[in-house]
Design a binder for this molecule. Structure first.
Ligand code: ZN
Length: 424
């Protein structure tokens, strides 16, 4: 019998246990043994020096799900011994509508489920304290983390997830030749050797992710002086930017101060995404960025090689960088970062599991517009670090969309910005 109150939290899904917290009691030791057994079950057959606790790189999804399912069964077995079933977070593996598969109890009194997700939380934990104040100046109330009740399945099949809100921040408009956005969008023909160029508007937006564990800002937009010399003149001429304002002002209009932001996720460090980092200079606010991105940004900004869209004036500052390595990282509960190289070497997508909207993927500039994503048309060569990687990352996002029935938000798509403004 495992007392879930001793087990703490296992927030990682897909067989990762790096955040496992345990109390010092015999039940916890049994739990450790169990998790180790599951971990071993997750191990690949072939020896690989590179193995860490992140098994997702090496293990088939089926085996990971099997391990997660075992954990869920393990959790429910605890309830058979008289613990509060509401403390467990078990929902069907498939996002199928109710009725969900029956929960059966065997002769030994152990409850089994046929389909389940990995257990994310073993116990209902108190909502974490959030700093900051509300618009009226009062202390912002902490919000509870939603725990699914397996006895009363909601009519919404996405019953778990996190009670977080997304607030898009419109940061102005970039106007550029459509050939930058869609490769070969306007091409000459024998009959029409000199077709008209087409200039297209695209919004620049950031998102405040108001999460029970942290208030997170996704991207920081363009520097407010982009038109006044901060951007090189030829770059500004090709990518004219209107509606430029300081990040602080745009955030304030949405009800947030710089001090409210606990963490910044930089999808990448291009000049229309990392231009607001000045606002975090000298603070200890973690600036989350992928290792490959930061390396390539410095390489590009400090030498004549690389990509002209990285400006040292944006990111070569006194910042508290938080580096993401490899392919995936869970940042907070129900928020996972996904490495999507292609547009740049270290582009990071965000996968969110929301109470109301279900799975949302902030794909960033992996796809500038819906057309890049839906039609599979890559951006123009100037906006692609590696076309081969871009196609691979496109498959990654499409696969996630299919498996999670996700809403994908493209980096500069007006329709996606408006959908977010409408609450998704
Ligand atoms: Zn970009």
């Amino acid at each position: 019998m495992i007392d879930p109150r001793c087990v703490g939290t296992v927030p990682q899904e897909y067989g990762r246990f790096k955040e496992l917290k345990l109390a010092d009691c015999w039940q916890s030791k049994v739990a450790i043994l169990y998790c180790l057994l599951v971990s071993v079950a997750c191990m690949p057959d072939n020896d690989n020096d590179d193995i860490t606790h992140d098994f997702t790189r090496d293990v088939s999804r089926r085996r990971i799900m099997q391990a997660g399912g075992s954990l869920a069964v393990f959790g429910i077995a605890g309830t058979a011994e008289g613990f509060d079933p509401d403390a467990f977070d078990v929902t069907p593996l498939e996002r199928r509508p109710p009725p969900w598969p029956p929960v059966r109890t065997d002769e030994a009194g152990f409850t089994r489920v046929d389909h389940c997700r990995p257990v994310r939380r073993w116990t209902a934990r108190p909502a974490s304290h959030k700093r900051g104040t509300d618009a009226a100046g009062g202390e912002r109330a902490a919000r509870p983390v939603t725990i699914a009740n397996r006895h009363k399945p909601s009519t919404d099949p996405v019953a778990i997830m996190v009670d977080a809100t997304l607030t898009p921040i419109d940061r102005g408009t970039i106007t550029a030749d459509v050939n930058n956005i869609i490769e070969g969008a306007v091409l000459g023909t024998a009959a029409e050797p000199n077709p008209e160029t087409v200039m297209e508007d695209a919004p620049v937006y950031n998102v405040v992710i108001d999460h029970p564990e942290a208030t997170i800002l996704w991207d920081t937009g363009s520097h407010p002086d982009a038109a006044d010399g901060h951007w090189p003149a030829d770059l500004y001429a090709a990518f004219e930017h209107t509606g430029l304002r300081p990040l602080e002002d745009d955030l304030a209009d949405a009800g947030y101060g710089i001090d409210d932001i606990d963490m910044v996720i930089q999808s990448h460090l291009h000049l229309d995404h990392g231009g607001g980092l000045y606002a975090f200079e000298g603070t200890d606010t973690p600036i989350v960025v992928h290792e490959e991105e930061l390396k390539y940004a410095y390489y590009s900004a400090k030498t004549d090689a690389g990509d002209v869209a990285y400006l040292a004036g944006d990111f070569d500052r006194d910042l508290n960088w938080e580096i993401v390595h490899r392919d995936r990282r869970q940042l907070v509960d129900s928020l996972e970062l996904i490495h999507l190289p292609g547009h740049t070497p270290g582009l990071l997508g965000v996968q969110l599991e929301l109470d109301d909207a279900g799975t949302v993927i902030l794909a960033g500039d992996q796809a500038y517009t819906r057309e890049n994503y839906e039609q599979g048309h890559p951006m123009g060569g100037g906006l692609l670090w590696s076309k081969r990687d871009w196609y691979e990352s496109l498959r990654t996002v499409r696969d996630l969309e299919r498996r999670h029935d996700a809403q994908v938000c493209c980096g500069h798509a007006r329709a996606d910005l408006e959908a977010m403004q409408d609450g998704l």
